[in-house]
Design a protein around this ligand. Structure first.
Ligand SMILES: Cc1cc2nc3c(=O)[nH]c(=O)nc-3n(C[C@H](O)[C@H](O)[C@H](O)COP(=O)(O)OP(=O)(O)OC[C@H]3O[C@@H](n4cnc5c(N)ncnc54)[C@H](O)[C@@H]3O)c2cc1C
Length: 375
């Protein structure tokens, strides 16, 4: 069968659009299945911590937002519930920035514009036949279910609450994170460029407390965050709506396979459709972008005689990315286990571990490089 497109990408989130642009660069003809328009007024309040590897990838596609929407992070301060703390700095690591805090709507807009001007990409409203279908529909993917791929899911008893705050004092390009005795994890991510006074908040809270907090008004919420953050940025004001996500650790059992009932067609999963993790280490999208980069590389480097539906080809992608996912899964799940536990014993262990880590020299440097995606 002659196909009009080489690739059908289902899901036009950040991973789907990035993959479409990378595949088009390899001169593949792409059909990108876009979801219905978001309801106006419901922009994503999140900001993502993106690694230098993700920044280089998006910059190579000319999709990196302006500095006002992609704040370089020069320092990270992590504070346990007692004396334990860890401090990372770009200077110490010999890099221009540890990572960048990127405004989600600004990045989505850059990618949408680039897709619009790329002649090899057709944005379509329903899936089309192609030798390779790539599922980038996020963690609740329905196509993954239709394909019969199991998604092993462990639900953390926590929700992530996201919102934005205006602060009395500038953030000084520092990302801050606090671990509380109750097992909550609060992060303030700097926004608005180097001189900015706005932060994106990601607050992982036990389910019951998240339900109680939904009744708080903005003033009560700001006062509580002011107290939890030790007044680090002065007085705080809520500057957005709040959004909430249940937290899971999940992965698909298979990332590639033959399309059931469609001879000569195969599928691959990428991004949150293949894996989802706790946001405490800010790595989910970084891993998804690396999936897109690896899949495009494998497809672009295939032997001239190999078709895009060839499962041996697709398994090269699956092997490479499942190994990386396993490493990241162990790291973030381990951190969640250590930091998400309430009680004095877990608290003492956290404080002791962080003090030890802060003075660990090469180990600390290696972990910083892992988080930056530079090893
Ligand atoms: C609170 C929070 C904070 C986070 N912070 C960070 C961070 O700092 N750094 C980081 O790297 N990661 C972070 N993440 C993870 C990050 O949000 C995800 O990894 C990322 O959004 C995954 O992108 P995706 O394109 O795979 O999926 P999604 O963003 O879920 O996009 C999927 C797209 O597919 C569309 N779609 C769904 N079903 C269909 C269908 N049937 N047909 C067509 N289209 C469909 C959807 O509408 C959507 O546009 C965070 C996550 C949370 C919850």
């Amino acid at each position: 069968m002659a196909f009009e497109h080489d690739l059908c990408i289902r899901g036009a989130g950040i991973v789907g659009r990035t993959l479409a642009l990378l595949a088009a660069r390899e001169r593949l003809r792409v059909a990108l299945v876009a979801p219905p328009e978001r309801t106006p007024g419901h922009a994503d309040v999140r900001a993502y911590a993106l690694s230098p590897a993700s920044q280089a990838l998006l910059q190579s596609l000319r999709c990196w937002p302006a500095e006002s929407a992609a704040t370089p992070v020069l320092a990270m301060q992590v504070q346990a519930d007692g004396q334990g703390h860890v401090h990372f700095s770009a200077d110490e690591q010999g890099v221009a920035a540890l990572n960048w805090i990127v405004d989600v709507p600004a990045l989505e807009q850059q990618l949408a514009q680039a897709v619009q001007y790329q002649a090899h990409i057709d944005v379509v409203s329903a899936p089309v036949a192609a030798p390779l279908t790539v599922v980038c529909e996020g963690r609740a993917s329905t196509t993954r279910t239709e394909l019969g791929v199991d998604f092993d899911t462990v639900r953390y008893p926590q929700q992530a609450i996201a919102l934005r705050l205006d602060c009395e004092r500038p953030h000084g390009q520092t990302a801050r994170q606090w671990f509380t005795p109750e097992g909550d994890i609060l992060a303030f991510l700097p926004l608005g460029g180097p001189a900015g006074r706005e932060v994106a908040v990601v607050w992982s809270v036990a389910d019951e407390r998240a339900a109680q907090m939904s009744a708080w008004d903005d003033a009560a919420l700001a006062a509580h965050l002011h107290e939890l953050s030790g007044a680090a940025l002065g007085a705080l004001q809520v500057a957005s709506e709040r959004a909430c996500w249940p937290l899971v650790l999940a992965h698909a059992r298979r990332w590639v396979g033959a399309m059931p009932g469609r001879a000569g067609e195969s599928f691959a999963l990428a991004g949150d459709a293949a894996h989802a993790m706790h946001p405490l280490a800010g790595q989910g999208l970084n891993v998804g972008l690396a999936d897109a980069a690896e899949l495009a590389r494998v497809l672009g480097a295939r032997e001239a005689w190999r078709g895009l539906a060839d499962l041996r080809l697709l398994r090269r992608y699956e092997r490479a990315r499942q190994g990386e996912w396993l490493r990241m899964r162990l790291a973030t799940d381990g951190l969640q286990l250590l930091f998400g536990q309430p009680g004095p014993l877990a608290g003492a262990l956290r404080n002791w571990g962080m003090t030890l880590f802060e003075h660990s020299g090469p180990l600390k440097s290696r972990i910083a490089k892992l988080a930056m995606g530079t090893v």
